[in-house]
Design a binder for this molecule. Structure first.
Ligand code: BDP
Length: 681
């Protein structure tokens, strides 16, 4: 009888728990369940370190760790290693986490909780972890008016008008999620930066956030507007050689560090897409960066100087950053890191790696990825980005004998203690943080790869699925396959074979390969990139064209330049290719294009079936949410296929292969689509 009563009570408890915790995705991958007090009393979490970060490690374990005693110790033999590393050893039901710093203890605690969550056996653990990068950063493109540039998960998390008085509980949840995957630095505001962020009242708000993030081992950085001395300080100009300007920045730095002693530094977009910069005064990027760097230096602050620069000129846009930055190698101060987008154009579904990597051996370089899906279907498409990140990180640059992959170049620069990696955040005020439940996986994967660039995309996918949904292999196996395939699927239905920038103007959501604007910048028009005519399609970047291939180190330069050896996934990136060109499979380029687009459509339809097969294995709310997003993605894939194939067919004048599905749209109707999506700049 007692048993039955207990059973009913337990059942009711479960029911209430589920009702109270709608599965809206707000818990992310952090679905630990609290240890009941009577159980907690049976084990100890011991730690002699007394600071807020170590305290956080203890608290997390006290609340959620249920497998025996844990001791956290600082072990001096770790010093000299990149901070944040840790070791975990377990014997019987005693576990020891040792680290060189409190942050390491915190990461060790999250590691243990992850093992518990994944139902891993924790007997005889002997784990040693060292982060790949010292700085693992999120870049928020959040504006002070609450909008988010290229953000697809609602408004900004930061409630600037309420800060510093009112503190949303989500600030803490956000910091905790970051810490759980090892992210330890965040830039709060848009690279197209409002000068206002440096005004004293805003700095007070920034301080409030920094205070919340600190116990999670997270440092705050700000994007700054290079014209701030003039626009905010009312100086005559913002010339980095003007002593008044230098003084202004020095005073500003002192003010910031007075409020936030561990402030990280500045991220700067200068002389890029209309932003002000040192070139406005005839100074170089290095001169501008170094002026800021010396203002921050006494406080050990850093400058992240972006290399995303290009101008409307006769020169191929893909070549411009390299041309501007390579001559500056060796001229940047040691607390400047040049932040380089993964590819030479702009976060396209697929780009070869940016040839700047490895081409500035005397300069700290870091890679910038885009986690938010500006060019990948916003938060409507399921596109798991770890394979894209890995493709760049693992790319071999051949620029030196050792550590010559992009990961190696950025981890083993001239000042390795400064190694860094950044991702443009996909986080907003939406309940599920990222708009699409699977977009959370991209935040997670970025953090995990920043921690350990050698992890595989599939192991990260499996970890995330287990933590976020369930460790049931009948769910994890098919869904991790789906995730791994999803990036290539998007490339297939959007821009296969090296095509790029076929997006609709400004908002970049759907296809507009025909896009044109009289008087508009050519390098913002799709025709600039695809160059289609009745004979051929693609961008000739060989010596008969822009010769961008020459920016790559041998043997890549020769490999890319030769149409026979250029990887077909980059074919139309580097070559202008006749529609009738025979590809490796014996079919024409045109036929290959047709089959690739169709393959993308078929892949998404398959994802829908896979998803339906896990119905009942997860909660109905998230199941339905993803199911309906997949419908949008399936429709969009058909839209992309029809738009691109019907448009290119007007040049190629070749029929669709007989066995291929027929288009369901008229080209003229597709051309009329004008989405009214705001682009916040
Ligand atoms: C482009 C975005 C633009 C950003 C720019 C940047 O379209 O909104 O400001 O990158 O990275 O991809 O600065």
């Amino acid at each position: 009888m007692k048993k039955v009563v207990r059973y009913i009570i337990a059942l009711m408890g479960l029911l209430l728990y589920n009702l109270g915790h709608a599965e809206d995705g707000s818990q992310l991958w952090l679905r630990y369940t609290r240890v009941p007090a009577n159980e907690a009393a049976l084990r100890t979490v011991a730690c002699r370190v007394n600071d807020p970060v170590a305290y956080m490690a203890v608290e997390e374990l006290q609340h959620y760790w249920r497998r025996g005693d844990v001791t956290l110790v600082i072990d001096k033999s770790w010093s000299g290693q990149q901070t944040g590393g840790y070791a975990i050893q377990s014997r019987r039901n005693k576990t020891v986490i040792s680290a060189g710093s409190s942050a390491g203890l915190l990461y060790g605690a999250y590691h243990l909780l992850r093992l518990q969550q994944l139902q891993t056996d924790i007997q005889g653990l002997n784990i040693v972890e060292k982060p790949s990068y010292a700085l693992r950063m999120l870049n928020h493109w959040d504006n002070l008016d609450g909008t988010v540039e290229r953000g697809y998960a609602g408004h900004s998390l930061w409630k600037w008008s309420e800060l510093p008085q009112k503190i949303s509980p989500r600030y803490r949840e956000y910091a905790r999620a970051n810490a759980s995957v090892g992210i330890n630095a965040v830039v709060l505001n848009n690279v197209n930066a409002a000068p206002l962020i440096l005004r004293s009242d805003y700095l007070g708000k920034v301080k409030a956030l920094a205070d919340i993030f600190r116990p999670y081992g997270i440092k705050v950085f700000l994007s700054i507007n290079f014209s701030s001395p003039k626009l905010l300080g009312q100086l005559r100009d913002s010339d980095p050689f003007n002593p008044e300007v230098v003084k202004w920045w020095e005073k500003k730095a002192a003010e910031i560090y007075g409020l936030i002693p561990d402030f990280g530094g500045f991220l700067v977009k200068a002389n890029s897409e209309g932003q002000p910069g040192p070139q406005d005064y005839g100074r170089t990027h290095a001169e501008g960066a170094n002026m800021l760097a010396s203002a921050l230096k006494p406080f050990r602050g850093l400058v992240m100087w972006r290399a995303f620069v290009y101008n409307p000129s006769a020169e191929d846009r893909a070549k411009q950053a390299y041309q501007e930055f390579v001559p500056l190698d060796g001229k940047f101060s040691d607390n400047v890191i040049v932040q380089i987008k993964n590819g030479p154009i702009d976060f396209q579904p697929r780009e070869p790696f940016n040839p700047l990597f490895g081409a500035m051996p005397k300069t700290n370089q870091m890679v910038e990825f885009q986690i938010t899906q500006e060019y990948l279907g916003f938060s409507n498409h399921l596109v798991y980005l770890a394979p894209l990140f890995k493709e760049t990180l693992d790319a071999q640059t051949y620029t030196r004998p050792l550590h010559a992959t992009v990961a190696g170049i950025t981890q083993h620069g001239p000042y390795p203690q400064l190694s860094a990696i950044a991702g443009v955040a996909n986080i907003g005020a939406d309940r599920n943080w990222c708009g699409h439940h699977f977009a959370q996986a991209n935040w997670y994967a970025f953090g995990r790869l920043a921690w350990n660039a050698a992890l595989s995309s599939s192991s990260i996918a499996k970890e995330w699925l287990s933590a976020t949904f369930s460790p049931d292999p009948d769910l994890v196996d098919p869904l991790s396959d789906l995730m791994i395939a999803s990036r290539e699927a998007a490339v297939n239905y959007m821009m296969p074979l090296g095509l790029h920038h076929l997006f609709a103007f400004e908002h970049h959501y759907g296809p507009e390969p025909w896009g044109d604007m009289p008087g508009g910048r050519p390098d913002w028009m799709p025709w600039y990139y695809h160059n289609a005519d009745s004979i051929a399609v693609g961008f000739d970047r060989t010596s008969s064209g822009s010769n961008a291939v020459a920016q790559y180190h041998s043997p890549l330069r020769e490999q890319f330049a030769n149409i026979a050896t250029c990887p077909e996934s980059y074919l139309l990136w580097f070559h202008r290719v006749p529609w009738t060109y025979r590809m490796k499979n014996g079919r024409s380029l045109w036929d290959n294009l047709c089959y690739s687009y169709q393959q993308g459509v078929d892949q998404v339809r398959h994802f829908q079936q896979v998803w339906d097969s896990v119905e009942g294995k997860i909660d109905a709310q998230r199941f339905k949410g993803v199911q309906s997003k997949l419908k949008v993605q399936a429709r969009d894939a058909v839209w992309w296929r029809d738009a691109c194939l019907l448009y290119f067919q007007t040049f190629a004048k070749m029929p669709l292969p007989a066995d291929l599905e027929r288009p369901v749209h008229e080209l003229d109707d597709l051309k009329k689509i004008k989405l009214n999506l705001k682009h916040h700049n």
